[in-house]
Design a protein around this ligand. Structure first.
Ligand SMILES: NC(=O)c1ccc[n+]([C@@H]2O[C@H](COP(=O)([O-])OP(=O)(O)OC[C@H]3O[C@@H](n4cnc5c(N)ncnc54)[C@H](OP(=O)(O)O)[C@@H]3O)[C@@H](O)[C@H]2O)c1
Length: 334
């Protein structure tokens, strides 16, 4: 089968190439998916650059990609929820990375039925960003109707779905974006837009219940200042927690290091009488089924910027690396 492999770590996508490799076979609890579409996320180029090598050991060459939509073409003997012919989508578990290809195997626990009212290309755009948003806003921040939420980078892959989910939860949504994307984020449901080209969000916002931090660095430091007492800053770009390190089986000292590095953030949160919570996506088919239900009920919809054919994945990686994508970048495979 055709697959996009990363041959070594490198700053640019030149280390990535299209290769012919053996088709995988489904293990006991796994389904084999014939891939119709995949989507890119910043984590793909971060892995290609080696930015995550301290926490994720990889052997070269490896097939890239986490998001997928396609058809089940074989199932392992232990698979209970899916059968051949099912149209499914998934954010595959880390051990199953390899969706930039014609086929991928994945444990059924990471899989959900694709919403029937959208295409495979649209479905592939959802799993990672929607699951991350769900975990950040619902599971961790427990965002409630009527609360004020600030979603940073509203035009991005995460932001474009987070605005919609927050609106469905009944929140009042503030978002940051550049001038060219103001109308786009309003159309997605944002109640108030801060154009970071002309306004500093930290000067115009206050009393925010939940900040969804997707940019990091100075942006995150400034974000603590807009929280109300009792609020929470949930970040997906910071250092993970020691609890996460334990779950991932990382050496104990890594957990201590994470806690140490997060000390400044906890102090900034305490100064506001607020909380700080780093979130790292835990993929789950059962949660993805909730997302599918929201799509079927037309509560939320995927936002796609560009579609590239599989053999142009290098160009797709170069594009997402610019940090200017509006919504998601999709790979058309079949
Ligand atoms: N922890 C986790 O499990 C997890 C999961 C998913 C994602 N993430 C991380 O979350 C981050 C965001 O992911 P993503 O998929 O949304 O990335 P993305 O789609 O590449 O984000 C691009 C968007 O960022 C906006 N942007 C850039 N600088 C901005 C600024 N200063 N203020 C407001 N908007 C700005 C851009 O809009 P303009 O062109 O208008 O500036 C663009 O639309 C990435 O670092 C990703 O790795 C972490």
């Amino acid at each position: 089968m055709k697959a996009i492999v990363c041959t070594k770590y490198g700053e640019t996508a030149d280390v990535v190439e299209l290769r012919e490799i053996p088709k995988p076979t489904a293990g006991t609890n796994e389904v084999l998916i014939e891939i119709h579409a995949a989507s890119l996320n910043p984590v793909d180029f971060k892995i290609q650059q080696g930015a995550l090598k301290a926490i994720r050991k990889l052997t070269f060459p490896f097939v890239m990609g986490f998001d997928v939509s396609g058809e089940v073409v074989a199932v392992g003997a232990g698979v209970r929820q899916f059968k051949v012919g099912d149209e499914v989508f998934s954010r595959v578990g880390a051990a199953y990375m390899g969706t930039f290809a014609e086929f991928v195997t994945v444990d059924e626990k990471f899989v959900a039925m694709k919403p029937k009212n959208i295409s495979h290309q649209e479905a592939a755009a959802l799993p990672l960003v929607a699951l991350t948003t769900w975990q950040a806003l619902v599971t961790v921040a427990k965002l409630q109707a009527g609360q004020r939420v600030l979603i940073h980078a509203g035009a991005g892959g995460i932001g474009s779905i987070a605005i919609q989910i927050a609106k469905e939860l009944g929140a009042y949504v503030f978002t940051t974006t550049s001038t060219k994307n103001v109308e786009m984020v309003k159309a997605l449901g944002a109640d108030e837009v801060i154009d970071y080209k002309t306004q500093a969000f930290e000067q115009v916002l206050k009393d925010i219940d939940v900040v969804f931090e997707t940019l990091g660095g100075e942006n995150q430091v400034k974000s603590f200042g807009v929280l109300k007492a009792g609020g929470i800053l949930v970040t997906i770009v910071g250092i993970p927690t020691s609890a996460w390190a334990r779950e991932e089986g990382l050496p104990v000292y890594m957990g201590w290091l994470f806690d140490l590095l997060n000390w400044k953030n906890r102090r900034l949160a305490r100064a506001q009488h607020a909380r700080f919570a780093p979130v790292l996506l835990q993929p789950e088919g059962s949660k993805l089924a909730i997302i599918a239900e929201m799509v079927s009920s037309e509560m939320i919809h995927p936002v796609i910027d560009k579609v590239f054919p599989l053999d142009q994945t290098k160009a797709a990686l170069q594009y997402i690396q610019t940090g200017r994508a509006t919504g998601k970048i999709v790979l058309a495979v079949k």
